[in-house]
Design a protein around this ligand. Structure first.
Ligand code: 5AD
Ligand code: SF4
Length: 452
């Protein structure tokens, strides 16, 4: 029988939160709530929060602020704050959001259904931010599968013990712990059986997968996933440069389903700042790993994360970062202005930069990278790329008029993670096609399917 009660989940932040939200949806489904995209219809509203930067946290509070108005007209509505801000704030969350019912920390998922039932039976204000050494395990629930989804995230480990001085993750996501290989394989086999063609394996530092548990290593896990029938592609994030091993480089080189792409956050190009960030490598060590990677895996596409305006960052430090970006020639970067997080040690560092200076540096960095992104995209022209079709395109991307009248336009990604648009009526979502690239735009490529 179809449920007539609905759950609306609003997700802020990283890919791991997208995965966690699916788990929350599946728990709510087992409590009799069907997932809805219409918040007005909802009987449960969950905000799955992120606290990595101030902006993300504010976004959560501004969303949650709407609860008090809705609760007035819909008193039975159950409101939940989940994830990193919930973990960080605990009881304090009620001061800013008085109409909240449940504060659900990052390690409390296994108890979520109990809390929902307690609220339904009349309890009020439940806070669960207990540490839990085990990972919440559940298999994907087919009722929460999105139609036509060809690519899915799969969390393989949680927590982080690297303690980079700017970062809240070790404080809100707890100690590093890895899922059992068998559970991961079972989950991905199920996904592949339901039509998923690509998985992105998630962890704060996938290179230390299984180390604590004495289980198989990350490259060994990749080898096992590579054998799953029906799966075409494997991606993963994030690798920490200090732990990037030769075995992993070989796995990228040798395993046919593992994409020739690596996201390797550098954070800064200055040795002085890297030390203050507690990153555990020098600029030269990072560059050496990149050279080895390019030697082992020619044509590998590279992306990174960079923080500008870390406390005490001088113009010379910032120039070192720009120089590193010039030296590596990343395909893309994710750049952030340093955001002060009170639970992270850097909040107490001296010589904090003002917001304008941070934004000026951010803009300079983004401008520099734009030229490399364009260069990397142009290098694809006249090449034939394997593209996994993710959907139909109905917009004019990048502002260019490349659409062909009377032809269906499709979109997908290359192995190097570049967006490719092409006209075709022959293919369907989930197909892998060979596309000859004819044009490159700032954020995408355009071509035609190869004739065969
Ligand atoms: N300020 C700005 N960016 C941050 N990141 C993590 N913490 C902060 C912070 N306090 C960035 C890092 C990380 C990415 C996920 O978010 O670059 O790799
Ligand atoms: Fe944060 Fe550093 Fe851990 Fe990444 S490795 S989650 S930046 S502490």
């Amino acid at each position: 029988m179809k449920s007539s009660r609905y759950a609306f989940i609003y997700t802020i932040g990283c890919q791991m939160n997208v995965y966690d939200s699916e788990k929350l949806a599946s728990i709510l489904n087992s409590c009799g709530f069907e997932k809805t995209d219409d918040m007005d219809k909802a009987d449960v509203v969950v905000c799955n929060t992120c606290s990595i930067r101030h902006k993300a946290e504010e976004k959560a509070y501004s969303f949650l602020g709407r609860f008090s108005r809705i609760k007035k007209t819909k008193p039975h509505l159950i409101t939940v704050m989940a994830g990193c801000v919930a973990q960080q704030e605990g009881e304090k969350a009620f001061e800013r959001v008085p109409h909240l019912d449940i504060v659900l920390g990052t390690q409390a998922f296994s108890r979520f259904n109990r809390h929902i039932q307690a609220i339904q039976s009349g309890s009020s204000r439940i806070v669960d931010i207990e540490d839990s050494p085990a990972i919440y395990e559940s298999l994907p629930d087919s009722s929460t599968f999105e139609e036509n989804k060809v690519s899915k995230f799969v969390t393989i480990m949680q927590g982080c013990e690297n303690f980079c001085t700017y970062c809240v993750v070790p404080y809100v996501r707890g100690k590093e712990r890895s899922r059992k290989p068998d559970h991961i394989i079972e989950e991905i086999t199920l996904l592949a059986g339901s039509g998923v063609k690509e998985v992105t394996l998630l962890g704060q530092n996938v290179n230390s997968y299984g180390k604590k548990e004495g289980e198989i290593s990350f490259p060994e896990l990749l080898k096992k996933i590579n054998q799953i029938d029906g799966l075409y592609r494997i991606r993963f994030a994030t690798s920490h440069p200090k732990d990037l091993s030769m075995d992993l480089m070989h796995a990228i080189r040798d395993l046919e389903k593992v994409c020739n792409h690596l996201h390797l956050p550098v954070q800064s190009g200055s040795d002085r700042i890297l030390k203050k960030m507690n990153r555990g490598y020098t600029r030269q060590q990072y560059l050496d790993k990149i050279s080895e990677l390019k030697r082992q895996c020619p044509d590998i596409s590279l992306s990174t994360d960079i923080i500008v305006g870390f406390p005490s960052e001088t113009i010379e430090d910032f120039n070192d970062t720009l120089d590193l970006v010039r030296a590596v020639e990343f395909d893309s970067i994710f750049a952030f202005a340093y955001s002060n997080r009170s639970s992270a040690p850097a909040a107490k560092f001296s010589a904090q930069l003002d917001e304008k200076e941070k934004l000026d540096r951010l803009n300079l960095l983004l401008q520099l990278q734009e030229a490399y992104t364009e260069k990397k995209n142009k290098e694809q022209i006249a090449k034939t790329l394997e593209v996994l079709i993710e959907g139909r395109s109905n917009k004019k991307h990048d502002g260019y008029e490349f659409f062909e009248k009377n032809m269906e336009q499709m979109t997908g990604r290359s192995e190097s993670n570049k967006i490719v648009h092409f006209p075709s009526s022959r293919f369907k979502i989930g197909d892998m096609v060979r596309i000859r690239i004819e044009n490159a735009y700032p954020h995408s490529l355009w071509g035609h399917p190869e004739l065969n």
